[in-house]
Design a protein around this ligand. Sequence first.
Ligand code: C2E
Ligand code: MG
Ligand code: MG
Length: 642
Amino acid sequence: MEKSLFFDYAAMVIEIVLLGSMLLKRMTNGKLNRAFILMVSAALLTDTMDILAVSYDRSPGLFITEKMIFHTLYLLMRAFTSFFCLSYFIMITDTWFKALKNTFNKLKIFLPITIAAIAMTVNLFTHHTFYISATGEYVRGPMFFMLYIVNGYYAAYAFLKIFNNRKMLGSLKVLSIYFGSFMMMCAAAIQFFIPNILIDMFANATGLLFLFIMIQRPEEITDSETGLLKMSAYDHDIVMSFNNKKPETIIMIQITNFTVLRDMLGYRNTVCIKKIVADNILQTLKKNKVHGDVYYTDSGNYRIKLEGKQASHADLVAEIINDQYKHPLKYNELHLNLIVCVCIAKIPDDIDNHKALIALGSDLKNNYTGNVLYASAINNRNKYNVMRDIDGILENAIANDQFEVYYQPIYSIKEKRFNSAEALIRLHTEKYGFISPELFIPVAEKSGSIHKIGQIVMEQVCEFIGSTEYAQLDLDYIEINLSPAQCMENDLAKNMIDIMDKNHVQPEQVNLEITESASGELQNSVMDNITALHNAGINFSLDDFGTGYSNMTRIAALPFRIIKLDKTFTKIDDNPNLIIVLENVIKMIKALNMKVVVEGIETKELVDIFSDMDCEYIQGYYYSKPLPKKEFIKFILSQKAG
Ligand code: C2E
Ligand code: MG
Ligand code: MG
């Protein structure tokens, strides 16, 4: 039976399509993509050598030297294809650093391929693996099986590697890899016993295609707009690093004014800016000969992951990137000021868990100084340890009733008395001490436990309002915070009204505080909740006014009774123009028939300034910090008496 090349041609087509689509999709960033490209390229080269060798076999002339060369190259490349496949699988498990740890580990990987390479070179003279007979025929030698042993060894190594890391990879990935590898092995066995069926490389190519679809999954790991790796890839890679206890240095880059730019310039222009920043990062790495994985992790966030010796360049790269945005970015006719925050985090030295790293990433802009930040300096160990255990802490706190509502008095300037208070949740745990709501509320929003927490707060507050102690305080209402996630809960209004009814609380005795982000979510459920609660007679306050980018039309359309100016408005000393802004903002709020509360007042001077500006209510440490219920009652009673 004559050797047929159809399978080899088909394999070539698959490999060219794979390579072409990866290059066209710019899937060249990231170790895994590069390892995949290397593996496909090796397979393509192997195919080419096979086609050349078999073509010479079929030609009428003897071509002994040519046949010797191309068969040697084919067999050698075939062994390299197995070696690159193993490299790729080690890359998937992110354990190359372990594989290179000591000489024994290195030998386990590199010795077989070295033996194969030496054997194939020596074979040119000894003909123990294969030779070309005097009649021009390709004949296998007694040592031919050795190449199968090398290929088989690499397959077994890869099998074990994947098996040992099966938990981390997940069953779908493991099954896909095993299925692809099984196809390749069956084909190799067929070819061993029936050498004229050249099915080996075809099976290899289909295996690669299968891996491409199931593992490489372009849409899932590559951001098509920037060409960088996606958030999902970042998440996966850092989980791997923590699990493997692999040291990495992460440079976090955040365009802190990204949302403003998007609102101002629109989607298309923002995509271009995202891409310019991505290209700048890649160029910076290239110019400085630094190799690392670059990710776009959404909303103007980029991450560079450097490992091994590359980590020593982290400071240089971070400084260059930080400096690049000290000057406006020229885009079309515009000069845009990108406010870029850059931070270096070493794992596991600075941060030893995945959640804490993500938390630090989303906390970046609060630490912005204009200089490169270091996680080691801004990192509050306790805070990040809390983040690691936060789900368990919250579950425990809910189960064991550990949440307590504190009350911060609010002073009415006109009435010269404390007329209301804000309910603020507090969590004290034995192990971690006080945990700030700023830390756990965002987590609770993501995990869904905010609904239970919201209910606990509502119950404690309503129970208080319904009590006889409360009646002596002469307070008009209590402000209760509602997070955006709570506002989206379908039966929020019903639950709240039920709790109020149970405790005989009148609707005007509570004021619900929502932030601009919640009022901005014009989702039906949010509007339905606001309308239902408003129809039941409950008033709303807009919290943290001035921290977002207020859409006044929307604010004017919602039933707010009170607007709470955020603490940032009290930083008058830093910015004298703020007075002008404030005077006009307050005037506007009053014209809309709403009242003004100013938060975060810590000094007498600020009380005077805001009284002069005709603010109705003042809340802040100047009067009192948030107090536990008993102390709050004492405080209000003493103030009344005084
Ligand atoms: P917020 O609603 O804007 O609450 C005001 C925050 O400012 C409180 O922080 C309060 O303690 C603090 N504060 C009050 N006066 C001063 C002052 O003079 N100076 C300074 N520097 N700070 C002052 P807290 O209690 O840590 O709460 C932080 C945020 O957590 C709240 O911001 C609110 O968004 C959220 N939160 C608190 N309790 C709850 C709750 O029961 N439910 C929900 N959904 N969110 C809550
Ligand atoms: Mg509030
Ligand atoms: Mg506030």
